[in-house]
Design a protein around this ligand. Structure first.
Ligand SMILES: [Fe+2]
Ligand SMILES: [Fe+2]
Length: 133
């Protein structure tokens, strides 16, 4: 049986939405702890925290899909995501330029890398659509 939208329109919908958001925030929170651990010279702890973050992201996806916050037309949805990823990537790289001008070189570099990741996601999605959809 499909999980998509099972709790949409039920008494559980609001609770499941709260859980979706909490898991999404949790995923970022653990990634931030991983940065702290890395900066404290604890790369193995950082790796373990990143694994927990991945679990939380997966949980967030489960709750989002239960409430139907997804799209079963993957070709359309992933095409839109591809455009959004590339656009976001360009804006994030502009933000990195501002950070650079403020003299925040390390932050600028890290944010620039995030922007490149988003652009790469957009290109990967295009390839995946062509390959599978
Ligand atoms: Fe979780
Ligand atoms: Fe992305």
């Amino acid at each position: 049986m499909s999980l998509i939208g099972l709790t949409k329109g039920t008494d559980l919908e609001e609770k499941i939405t709260e859980m979706w958001k909490a898991e999404a925030i949790g995923a970022a929170t653990y990634q931030a702890f991983a940065i702290v651990a890395q900066e404290k010279g604890l790369p193995e702890l950082a790796d373990e925290l990143k694994k927990i973050s991945a679990d939380e992201a997966r949980h967030g996806g489960l709750y989002a899909s239960l409430n139907g916050h997804t799209n079963e037309n993957l070709r359309d949805a992933l095409s839109s995501m591809s455009i959004g990823e590339i656009s976001a990537g360009e804006k994030i790289k502009e933000l990195s330029n501002i950070l650079d001008k403020l003299g925040l070189k390390e932050a600028a570099q890290a944010v620039h890398t995030a922007g490149e990741d988003e652009c790469r996601h957009g290109e990967i999605l295009k390839e995946l659509i062509e390959k599978y959809l």
